[in-house]
Design a protein around this ligand. Structure first.
Ligand code: C2O
Ligand code: CU
Ligand code: CU
Length: 427
């Protein structure tokens, strides 16, 4: 798979139906083009930075060599070009995304329009290939009354509202799905659709539900589970992905709504006044065409062999403070964790403060073991895990290959940019 991507300033209507506004875009669109690849593919991305500032492209969740990861250690200068080359690993089929990751400016550049999805396909996908697939890249933003983007060049640390943003991360009041406001998806009665959902929001955590019906949760960051799990709502923190099977249960011509319910991730002092408002995300309309016969879904999707805790050579405690990891802010010249290539470790992420922090590790998928000592009910491959206020999450990770320096950080973008990030070195 070979593709050219250019990040450039451009003008387009970010608010659907609104006036053109100054944005950054990959190949002229927001979100950028969806990259569809297969396990085993060699991917070559010819990237050109046409912005007036340094940037990178980070392939969030993709297991690849450190120098192809687009981390802040490998900035691409304004006007420069760079080829990102990597091979998609076996067993990594799933939903990923790409976004800029320059030092201190990821939040600005992503909010300005630079984000896109990556779908990695499994040549032997256990789900019927006949299921219609929908990709939902969730984002949110703020606009002035005239429809132009409301995004200061630098975070405003001096005003009370700016300080709330630094604390909470920047939430927008306009919710976007693939860049559209309240789009309509059509489903046939009896049909099962496979939804891939990406939370590309800077700070908003979604708690998704379709009132009146359940769905099957079949996968998350690193692809499918061993078996489907039936749910009526799901929390999706920043940069997490899920795969859901949604069944058309309505009568012909009726409508349902995908909503996001209140999710309290805040400290009381800066909790937004309307935090507990339910928000509509999209309309799910049942087509008037005759119902489809029942779709039979597999009960087993794949086997996820557990990583063996007895093989762990170290347990790291990573504590999350407000804006700090292990009491420090990011230093690009410092190594915070040194680990040996080929070893397995347990990481214990403890959140010491009164708001949630979604923790992300670059380059390697992990298996969550437990939350506050309670084992998680099923295994999956994750690269980001929300750590709720005052909770502790433990995961196990195998550093099988790819030496070098890897970021780990909070994925609330203002926290990340303000230095809530550390560096793991593998050698
Ligand atoms: Cu979405 Cu450091 O990444
Ligand atoms: Cu990442
Ligand atoms: Cu955070």
């Amino acid at each position: 798979m070979e593709v050219s991507l250019t990040a450039a300033p451009t003008r387009l209507a970010l608010m659907p139906g609104g006036p053109a506004t100054d944005v950054y875009a990959y190949n002229g669109s927001v979100p950028g083009p969806t990259l569809v690849v297969r396990e085993g593919d060699r991917v070559i991305i010819h990237f050109h930075n046409a912005l007036a500032e340094p940037t990178t492209i980070h392939w969030h969740g993709v297991h690849l060599p450190a120098d192809a990861d687009g981390s802040p250690l490998y900035p691409i200068a304004p006007g420069a070009s760079h080829d990102y080359v990597f091979t998609i690993g076996a067993g990594t089929a799933g939903t990923y995304w790409y976004h800029p990751h320059p030092d201190g400016r990821a939040g600005y550049q992503i909010t300005k329009g630079l984000y896109g999805a990556i779908i990695v396909r499994d040549p032997h996908d256990p789900l019927p290939t006949t299921l219609p697939e929908k990709l939902l890249v969730l984002s949110d933003n703020r606009f002035h009354a005239d429809g132009s983007l409301d995004l200061p060049d630098l975070p405003d640390a001096d005003s009370p509202a700016g300080r709330v943003d630094m604390e909470n991360g920047r939430e927008g009041d306009v919710l976007l799905v693939n860049g559209q406001v309240m789009p309509t998806l059509t489903i046939r009665s009896g049909e099962v659709q496979r939804w891939r959902i990406v939370n590309a929001s800077a700070a908003r955590v979604y708690r998704l539900t379709i009132p009146g019906q359940t769905f099957l949760h079949v996968g998350d960051d690193g692809g499918l589970f061993e078996r489907p799990v039936e749910l009526s709502e799901i929390v999706l923190a920043n940069s997490e992905r899920v795969e859901l099977l949604v069944r058309g249960t309505g009568a012909a011509g009726t409508q349902a709504t995908l909503q996001t319910l209140a999710y309290d991730r805040y400290i009381p002092q800066t909790r937004p006044a309307d935090w507990n408002r339910t928000r509509d995300v999209l309309t799910l309309r049942t087509a008037t065409t005759p119902p489809l016969p029942l779709v039979v879904l597999p009960e087993r999707l794949r086997v996820i062999p557990p990583l063996d805790t007895a093989r762990a050579v170290a347990t790291r405690v990573i504590s999350l403070g407000q804006g700090l990891i292990n009491g420090k802010t990011m230093d690009m010249t410092r190594v915070d964790v040194s680990a040996r290539l080929g070893t397995t470790e347990i990481w214990e992420i403890e959140n010491l403060v009164g708001m949630d922090h979604p923790f992300h590790l670059h380059g390697f998928h992990f298996q969550v073991l437990d939350r506050n000592g309670v084992p998680v009910p099923y295994r999956s491959w994750k690269d980001t895990i929300n750590v709720p206020r005052h909770e502790t999450v433990r995961f196990i990770v195998a550093f099988d290959d790819y030496p070098g320096k890897w970021m780990f950080h909070c994925h609330i973008l203002t926290h990340e940019d303000e230095g809530m990030m550390g560096i793991l070195e593998l050698k």
